[in-house]
Design a protein around this ligand. Sequence first.
Ligand code: MET
Ligand SMILES: [Zn+2]
Length: 764
Amino acid sequence: MVKSSVLGFPRIGANREVKKAVEAYWAGKLTAEELTKAAADVKKASWTAIKERGVDLIPSGDFTLYDHVLEHSLSFNVIPPRYQGHNLSDLDVFFAMGRGRQAAGVDVPASEMKKWFDSNYHFVVPEVSEETDFKLRRNHVLEQYNEAKALGIETRPVVLGPISYLVLSKAAKGAKAGFEPISALPKLLPVYTELLAQLKAAGAQSVQVDEPILVLDAAAARAAEYASTYAALVKVAPPIVIATYFGRLDSNLEFAAKLPVAGLHIDLDRAPEQLDATIAAVKSTSLVLSLGLVSGRNIWKTDLTAAATLAGKAVQALGSDRVIAATSSSLLHTPVTLASEKKLTSEQRDWFSFALEKCAEVATLASVLNGSQDAKVTAALEENKTSIAKRREFERTSDDAVRKRVAAITPEDLKRKNPFEIRRKAQEKLNLPKFPTTTIGSFPQTKEIRQARAKLTKGEITEAEYDEFIKKEIELVVRFQEKVGLDLLVHGEPERNDMVQYFGERFNGFVFTQNGWVQSYGSRYVRPPIIVSDVSRPGPVTVQWSSYAQSLTSKPMKGMLTGPVTILNWSFPRVDVSRKTQSQQLALALRDEVIDLEKAGIFAIQVDEPAIREGLPLRRVDWDDYLTWAVDSFRLSTAGVEDSTQTHSHFCYSDFNDIFPSIQRLDADVISIEASKSDMKLLSAFQQYGYSNSIGPGVYDIHSPRVPGDQEIKDRVAAMLELLSPDLLFINPDCGLKTRGWKETEASLENVVAAAKWARATYA
Ligand code: MET
Ligand SMILES: [Zn+2]
């Protein structure tokens, strides 16, 4: 019989119960017992709901109050010394590692977070050295397995595999030069042996061991470790299903299919083309093939008929006992349930499946593959066919004008009129001094601003009253910048709820959820917009605010937009057209906005692309294609202006060194880039590749309330000037100030301005 399985479930609760409980605990308003109880309620609700949908293999062990990688670090005693010896409970050590701790004489920063593959989820990076004392400090997977069992629910525990865990780790600060975490594998193995043996003793029928790095180029060098590791683990563990996701195995399939485990899971949402090769590779083995048919990364209803046809190939070749119908990855990247959405039209609602609806999909798929004649299954399949047909019809009748415009894009549209050197002369009309100071766009989003927005939503104030309020905020920000002495001003973005949502709400083609929260990290959840049809701009979006701001001052005002690639990467995209096409449509909408800003007298315009790096494909061979359309989209959105208009862009959240040549190809007149957390790294990219346009590497980290001293900023500027021409350097913080308070903002920016004055005198 074909079984159904779900690889993991959102751990935030249907109504964000976990966020509320965790934050209340941090604020001292909930005890550890109460927090544990709140978590238990959420786990119970999830397991019960998944079971009710008819799923055979229900995940456990994937729940966490912060991050699942961090859970493993705590279980394995991978706890950096700075978090030890403070007399904290394990729960508080866990949170201290996740978010830092500043209380009662303890002052430790958070561990580093990194994006989980190409998703917008961040995991806490484990720190490993020769000194790491691996031991099974607790077994969080076993605890959850037993917790479900006590509720009468048999689950399949999920654990992150040892090789992925170590490849995702970094060398701890104190490690010897050249230390590689993977070299600790022999010390980590006994811990996994113990963990898995305990699961077996507790009665687990099988275990899901995630090895997502198998879809990366980096895994190719690990074939030997894979073979020896799993040969050892299968001796003590329940039957192991190795789960891969977010991409294709490619050449790694060769050794993965030979591992002595019970099953292999592949992602057919991201890489359906790998099915045939995988079937061929496992045919002569006894491996069960778990097929990731229902997307764990997007929210579109699965075409069950198409999925069943695809899966039918595997059933035919391997027999139904060797096939599992599954979600492509954990469902943690999707919202919990459509049932909470009251504002979608019935047409829209019919397009989507969130996590719980996806559980029903895998169950139906398994039944269909088993040839079920059950009336409920037949009805579900018929209903799905109707929904899919309606959606296809909608796709066909979408916006023709937009499609024609995309088809008519020419290479000329991607090019500024003249090269940077000529534009730079024309831009002297902005009258910026040497070492111009500027900020990245947003100013503190105060409680008052959020309250005004909430009042507008609730209808407690009128649109006109809200606009007046925003104008006052803008005036405050403009006067503040004049007082501090900044050169290129911004309006502060007080009108924006979020840099992506704000544009999505004003463009055609987007749908928003009320409760479609997805975990980004820890207790921070986001509600990604959904792109449902062709995107266009009904009218100007930001022009009124930027021109109002410009009308208040004689200093130049910088217009502020979110770029096409970032809007795309932080939304749920359509699946009926390519990401490239969606990005081009967004770029055309933004291009019109850029030109309208210029017409309104805004001669510096910034188009932010903080997410350009995270959209990079996981496999090196796929990079060039992505970088070509991503960079072209940015160019399309900005190239329509005169030479004398200065285009800016901004990047943060990543290490940009590996795509540095593409950053140059954006041909923005000025870029600002996050650098303060790892300045030497970024500078080495300048050294390696060179950079010809203006640039402002961030001179301080805005993610912390700490005020940078003026000497510290001067030192940074001096270091940058070792490699960059004084004529090209801008001086700015490394990201927007929306999460900061006014006090530290003022003190920090005063030091920024002082450093610029010093630079002007020193490098005259
Ligand atoms: C995450 S990048 C943020 C850029 C935006 N302009 C801001 O200042 O907030
Ligand atoms: Zn930023």
